[in-house]
Design a binder for this molecule. Structure first.
Ligand code: CTP
Length: 396
């Protein structure tokens, strides 16, 4: 976790900074907060101090009575400075290297990493001056998160580009910015979620997969610098930013989309819960119910992963095995049958893990015979452990 200096400049989005500070602390970061005089027209020093759990660095406190200078202290403290909300003026000063206020002086005094969350009127954001400053800052290694499109603050302005990203997304972006890019250059194809096998336009066979495990893999790989395509069955999860998302419904559709992208990919993580069967017939019209027993004829779906395994080449292939009993031998069988590098064994019927839950408890079985039993952890942590092995095989 990092030491984060949140610097608020003058924009109405400054009212979201206390929430941002709380989220950063809840995520385990150590925070300090700086507010410009204009920021303090929107948010009070007290609400910032309470949310940060410490005093607010303000213009008046720049030079201390004991001779210490706050800009030096803050620049040394911060692993990263997150300027949120960031005005066009703050961006411009930093791009030019001005240092006539506490924030710009802190940035110039050797802040290690800097991220910006711009918030302004669309015309100001799109102005060539602002865009040139943003390019300059990016060239210096700064990150720029957003802005988002949406309703703009000033009365009568309607919608546009210029809203600050929501605090939740800023925390995610910051996490990605701070994550070492050890998967840079990897092209990863990830599948997630259930499939739906339609009987008629309103009825289908499916399973309770939430998609969380596959999405966690896609997000963790993105944060580590991989280029990611996520092929997902229907889920309630929002599209992860920075990932190309391809939405599908049936197993056949999932197979087609995965096969299209397969030549591009250097690795595949197949976390989707693909339905093994589909109805032999799909009716074009909704069939009225009849008061009698019915038999449904099913045909097998292709085993997508097995097919991919037959054309493996030097790609890294990861599968999942959903088992109800001990499952180790069955999972090993799948590892070999499908020509995988790694299979992730998890259980359907254990309390608090698996389908829909934020946590998982898995065993990793590797093709070289290694078996790693992982303790219960978040799906995101499981994703990182899987990716550690993807990296190992990719670089081998
Ligand atoms: N899989 C697939 N295509 C299918 C079924 C499964 O690509 N038609 C993939 C899953 O995404 C998973 C792995 O194969 O990565 C194992 O899935 P699982 O359902 O545990 O195994 P099956 O091979 O379907 O075997 P069984 O259902 O008999 O346990």
């Amino acid at each position: 976790m990092a030491r984060v200096l949140v610097a608020a400049t003058g924009g109405v989005a400054a009212i979201k900074v206390p929430h941002l500070l709380r989220l950063l602390r809840a995520a385990g970061h150590e925070v300090r907060v700086l507010a410009t005089p204009r920021a303090l027209e929107f948010v009070t020093p007290l609400s910032l101090a309470v949310a940060a759990g410490g005093e607010v660095a303000t213009e008046e406190a720049w030079f201390r009575p004991d001779g210490r200078a706050l800009h030096i202290e803050l620049a040394r403290f911060a692993d990263v400075v997150l300027v949120a909300p960031a005005t066009a003026d703050a961006l411009a000063k930093a791009a030019l290297g001005l240092a006539d206020d506490l924030l710009s002086a802190t940035l110039l005094a050797g802040a290690k990493r800097v991220a910006w969350a711009p918030a302004m009127n669309q015309a100001m954001w799109l102005a060539p001056q602002t865009q040139a400053h943003v390019e300059r800052l990016k060239a210096l290694g700064h990150a720029v998160f957003g802005p988002a499109y949406g309703p703009l603050a000033a009365v009568g302005e309607g919608e546009g580009w210029g809203r600050m990203l929501e605090p939740e997304e800023l925390v995610e972006r910051l996490h990605a910015f701070l994550t070492p890019k050890d998967l840079q250059g990897l092209r990863l194809l990830v599948s997630a979620g259930p499939t739906r096998e339609y009987l008629d336009p309103v009825r289908f066979l499916s399973n309770p997969s939430s998609g969380r495990m596959g999405y966690a893999v896609a997000e963790a790989a993105r944060d580590r610098g991989a280029e990611v395509v996520l092929v997902t069955g229907p889920t309630c999860l929002p599209d992860p930013w920075g990932v190309e998302v391809v939405r599908v419904e049936s197993a056949l559709e999932m197979r087609d989309r995965l096969r299209e992208r397969y030549p591009w990919a250097q690795g595949v993580v197949m976390a989707a819960a693909v339905a093994d069967y589909r109805p032999a017939e799909v009716l074009a019209e909704k069939e009225p119910k009849v008061e009698a027993e019915r038999t449904l004829r099913l045909v097998p779906n292709p085993d997508i992963l097995k097919e991919l395994g037959q054309e493996k080449g030097d790609k890294v292939l990861v599968g999942f095995a959903m088992e109800t009993g001990e499952g180790l031998e069955r999972a090993k069988g799948k590892l070999w049958r499908k020509n995988l590098d790694l299979i992730v064994l998890n259980w359907v019927n254990r309390e608090g893990v698996g389908f829909g839950s934020p946590e998982n408890e898995v065993v990793l079985l590797l093709k070289d015979g290694r078996i790693l039993e992982l303790p219960r952890m978040s799906k995101r942590q499981v994703a990182d452990r899987i990716l550690d092995f993807v990296k190992e095989f990719w670089q081998a």
